[in-house]
Design a protein around this ligand. Structure first.
Ligand code: SF4
Ligand code: SF4
Ligand SMILES: [Zn+2]
Length: 336
């Protein structure tokens, strides 16, 4: 356990957690909505500090990050707990269940990632992923600092549901983020995710000024996949930066939602809408659509070709399109 950051003491040994927009007021002996910040004797603790529920070496494309060291690997780990409760959660066993955990210190995480890089894997650093990384904020902060000093990259795969002050304090240590924008109406966030859209939009707007950002939207059949909603999402992303990569992901029935999988036609339609205004649009979880390659936004020829998680630079030197010279948004080299 580790004393939590970002909380205020209240009367009767109650505390108020200010890490995320839920701003839970927590009585003595109780936990917040996320289950992993608990009040003991008027002090708020992060009870999952160093408690790792899953870890492994993953392709960076799996996060998904397609424009950040393409073709590389990254040591990935996650904890338990989440501050949202999406009915379609794909990680509910660790987000909402009681999985076994193993204890890691920040130094052990960094050492593991360094050893993987030293063994010849094209591993670039550490990804905090699988469930919600802001739910073990203190551990991520300690680990990311050490990792940065060791020359490793730090990546967050997050729902973006965090308050502005904690976000701004951790961003100097973060190199890239994939942020879920789960839908583009307040109604959807409230009814399907127990959250709000506006704080997630703010997270994207703040983060993209400080680190590399890609976005993911899981299109859930009939719930958030209408052309009008996609258009509003795309207009907003384009108003920030048309070069932010956007990944539409195919939904399959899971957890509490049992709808038909997203039709392939719906995914294609979303991609067509998005490509009118955004440079880089992908479809995940649907290999039959072959929507993983990166075409040059200007001449349309493929510059990065993906097959599974393997990447080949077929038309770029890592900076520009070799056919028309247009700059391609890429952070880091393309790993072979
Ligand atoms: S981090 Fe957890 S305890 Fe803190 S406000 Fe969010 S849900 Fe509540
Ligand atoms: S934010 Fe992610 S981990 Fe949390 S409930 Fe939603 S889908 Fe599950
Ligand atoms: Zn080109």
């Amino acid at each position: 356990m580790h004393e939590a950051f970002f909380y205020e003491k209240k009367d009767n040994n109650r505390v108020q957690c200010r890490l995320c927009p839920k701003i839970c007021t927590i009585k003595e002996g109780k936990a917040g909505f996320c289950r992993v910040r608990r009040n003991y004797s008027g002090i708020l603790y992060a009870v999952n500090y160093g408690q790792v529920s899953s870890y492994g070496l993953d392709p960076i494309e799996k996060k998904p990050l397609y424009h950040f060291y393409p073709g590389s690997y990254i040591f990935s780990l996650g904890t338990v707990g989440c501050n949202l409760r999406c009915g379609f959660c794909q990680n509910w066993e660790i987000a909402h269940g009681e999985p076994d955990t193993v204890d890691f210190s920040p130094a052990r995480v960094v050492e593991t990632a360094r050893k993987q890089a030293a063994r010849g894997y094209p591993s670039i650093g550490i990804a905090y992923t699988y469930s919600e990384p802001f739910m073990w904020y203190e551990f991520v902060m300690d680990t990311a600092r050490l990792a940065g000093e060791a020359g490793l990259k730090n990546v967050l795969v997050t729902n973006g549901y965090v308050n502005e002050q904690p976000l701004k304090q951790i961003l100097p240590y973060i190199d890239a983020m994939n942020i879920d924008v789960k839908g583009f109406t307040e109604d959807y966030y409230r009814k399907k995710c127990t959250g709000r859209l506006e704080p997630v939009m703010r997270t994207v707007e703040v983060a993209r000024r400080e680190c590399h950002v890609e976005l993911t939207t899981l299109l859930v059949t009939g719930l958030n996949d209408s052309p009008g909603e996609i258009e509003r999402l795309v207009d907003w992303v384009a108003s920030l930066d048309a070069n932010i990569p956007l990944h539409f992901s195919r939904y399959f029935p899971n957890y509490q939602v049992n709808l038909p999988s997203t039709p392939l036609a719906t995914l294609n339609q979303a991609r067509e809408i998005a490509r009118k205004k955004l440079s880089y649009v992908y479809i995940g979880n649907a290999p039959e659509l072959n929507a993983d390659d990166t075409p040059c936004p200007q001449c349309g020829r493929v510059v990065l070709e993906r097959s599974g998680y393997r990447v080949r630079a077929t038309g770029t030197d890592g900076r520009n399109c070799q056919y028309c010279g247009r700059e391609i948004r890429l952070i880091g080299d393309v790993r072979k």
